[in-house]
Design a protein around this ligand. Structure first.
Ligand SMILES: [Ca+2]
Ligand SMILES: [Ca+2]
Length: 447
């Protein structure tokens, strides 16, 4: 007869599942706290002896540095111990999971982040880093206020020289807010009017939407920062403004604009038909020379990526789009000009098969922050830019060429057909960041 068996059972912070109680022999780990820490070890040893004498599959494992004795116990022994003299609490030694849970309510709709077959496997990368210390410049239509951007943005700039297209009454200025790119019939050579796209807000959310605020989404690099740079407005933007913005974001001098430190990566979800212009190539080469990686959308023209710029500019990581089933998206540019692929959405009328991110709800001007599904290589590229931010966070010294190599070497085989060419395959954030971390520890051989 045990010396504890006759005592009344009083549960003191005892977390015993009903399943554990049902099986007398099953053991679990418990941390036992005694009112007298000095006497605790002695008491623990005595209890172990007592349990051993009555043949219980339970034992004392060790003393915890913060106080408390770790036991392997059956539920019956745990209940008895809870009632023992000098025991003030018994707690289950619970499993702790990395990075906590994701509470953002729209997370499950972000298939592009976590789908086992066609997602980029972002949560695996987050075990190592969520992008702390890395900076991404998004050269786009600007940004609108959104709860997903609270604390996520660094000061940006408006590089749109055309004040009329910009709709803010000024040329260049330090406010990158998107004023809307809606069009009237006849604008931009189109017969019909179009609503504002809030394109830059969508792209920015994919990179850096905050984690842990509900309701909402999570960006690929939620602890990184975005520098919003406005280069497009009504009817698009000028090559000259984009080139200046690339120089500025990468730490170069642009007349009349206060310079900034080079960002880690520039995202260009934009394209112009034709060969890579000297203007674009010079800007991109300078940026890379200052250590800034450049990621560009392959384009949505269903043609060869090598025929649109800046996807075809040397040194650029160009990104094709995959549909929900893992095959090449029907609209995506493709072929030799593609470096890697990322989910871009099916664009088949089913919104849920597209890419969910942040936008404004206004048809013309800004109204309120919302979330919408968009599809395109514009949505695929910022997933790669976000991954580059994770890579730079894991290894701030990784060079622009090694970034491309790691993205290519760690891409997964395409989950679906792409006979026209989708580059090295589907980016794999987990594998890529793991490889960068490994190479950071072990010096990489250089030729
Ligand atoms: Ca302006
Ligand atoms: Ca969020």
């Amino acid at each position: 007869m045990s010396k504890y068996s006759g005592l009344p059972l009083v549960a003191l912070a005892l977390a015993v599942s009903t399943r554990a109680v049902a099986s007398d022999a099953a053991t679990n780990r418990y941390i036992v706290h005694f009112d007298d820490p000095v006497a605790a070890k002695v008491a623990a040893t005595e209890m172990t002896h007592a349990m051993a004498q009555r043949g219980s599959p339970a034992w004392h494992l060790r003393h915890l540095a913060a106080g408390g004795e770790l036991f392997e116990l059956t539920a019956v022994e745990a209940e008895a111990m809870a009632a023992s003299k000098g025991v003030v609490a018994i707690e289950e030694d619970r499993m702790v999971t990395p990075a906590g849970g994701i509470i953002d309510s729209l997370w499950r709709r972000q298939w592009y982040m976590h789908d086992p077959k066609v997602g980029i496997d972002a949560p695996v990368a987050w075990v190592d880093t969520r992008g702390e210390g890395a900076v991404v410049a998004v050269l786009d239509t600007g940004v609108t206020p959104h709860p997903e951007f609270d604390g996520q943005l660094l000061p940006g700039y408006d590089f749109v020289t055309d004040a009329q297209a910009a709709r803010d009454g000024t040329g260049r200025d330090d406010d990158p807010t998107d004023e809307g790119d809606w069009t009237e019939p006849g604008d931009c050579g189109a017969r019909q009017s179009t609503p504002s796209s809030w394109h830059g807000t969508h792209v920015t959310g994919i990179v850096v939407a905050r984690a842990g605020n509900r309701p909402g989404i999570v960006g690929v690099a939620p602890e990184a920062k975005v520098v919003p740079v406005r280069v497009m407005a009504r009817c698009g933007g000028r090559l000259s403004d984009v080139a200046d913005a690339i120089v500025w974001a990468s730490g170069g001098e642009v007349a009349g604009v206060p310079s900034r430190a080079p960002v880690d990566v520039i995202n260009l979800s934009l394209r112009v038909p034709g060969a890579c212009s000297m203007t674009m190539q010079r800007a991109i080469s300078q940026a890379r020379g200052r250590g800034t990686a450049v990621v560009a959308a392959a384009g949505n023209d269903s043609i060869k990526a090598s025929t649109v710029s800046p996807a075809n500019c040397p040194g650029v990581v160009s990104v094709a789009a995959l549909a929900r089933d893992g095959s090449m998206a029907w609209y995506s540019n493709h072929g030799d000009g593609v470096t890697v692929s990322a989910p871009g959405g099916s664009l088949g009328g089913m919104g849920v098969d597209d890419i969910l991110s942040s936008v404004d709800g206004g048809e013309r001007g800004r109204q309120r922050p919302v979330f919408k599904y968009y599809a395109g290589t514009s949505m695929a590229a910022p997933q790669v830019a976000g991954l580059v931010a994770l890579m730079r966070s894991a290894d701030p010294l990784i060079g622009v060429d090694d970034i491309t190599t790691q993205l290519v070497d760690n891409a997964r085989p395409l989950p679906g057909p792409c006979p026209k060419g989708c580059g090295a395959g589907l980016i794999d954030a987990g594998a890529t960041v793991n490889a960068v971390v490994e190479d950071r520890v072990l010096p990489r051989p250089r030729s």
